[in-house]
Design a protein around this ligand. Sequence first.
Ligand SMILES: Cc1cc2nc3c(=O)[nH]c(=O)nc-3n(C[C@H](O)[C@H](O)[C@H](O)COP(=O)(O)O)c2cc1C
Length: 244
Amino acid sequence: MKKILLINTSNRKKTTYNLLLSIEKILKNKGFKTEIINLHDYKIQFCKGCEVCVLKGNCFIKDDSSLIMKKIVESDGLVIGTPVYLNNMSGILKAFIDRTCSWFHRSEVYQKPTLLLANTQGSGIKSTLNSIEEVMIQWGVCLGGTVSRNGRNFNRPIEEKEVTKFIDLINSNGKSYSPSFKEVYTYNIQRTLATNVFPVDKDYWENKGWIDNTYFPGSKLSFVKKIYGNSIYKILCKVIKPIK
Ligand SMILES: Cc1cc2nc3c(=O)[nH]c(=O)nc-3n(C[C@H](O)[C@H](O)[C@H](O)COP(=O)(O)O)c2cc1C
């Protein structure tokens, strides 16, 4: 049975949590196993800024970030829910995301079907969802859509059609996902860094068999996007030179 992880990043079990429960109900009806976690129940320290995770491998801070990361990796689908704080995601979500910096270079969650949920009294839905989506593109997940609510429609239950794309992606294991130009571009920046800059990334990308690919294997890439991705890669490899 496929399992879906839903993460509440509000300190309260209120609007975000209730909307996640509404999504969970649909997922359960579709036969998925689910788990909702509250990020505030875990110890998430701030990133120390040492860049060891990027340059060498793992983060040395001992807290619950690695546990949450493991839970995400082991899930078949991910739902991230946030309240809008000052037109952006909640602080704890950003603190956690900073701790996943190694996934920007060496993703362990590539092709993971992911749904984003945001809610607000009135402002900031677009900027909040865009901000999280930027990170998701770097993680290399399959974007399964967004769900949002504001003060005027908090109580409107989530409809199945709002999560159809997400469910389809879970059922196909994220294969046959068609990435956008931006996702192809982002992949090829990291592909360049793996080729020319970071030896740790190079090993990882070679072991995964990604270095010769224009996007994650198994994805649906049009001829035009293939040409686009490979051209970006060739140009970037000339511009971003190996560090001597
Ligand atoms: C620190 C903080 C900042 C907020 N910033 C905004 C904001 O920029 N725009 C807005 O419309 N609502 C803002 N809100 C309201 C919340 O987004 C809104 O009440 C949300 O539904 C709370 O979700 P929760 O019940 O899951 O905690 C803010 C609330 C807090 C506590």
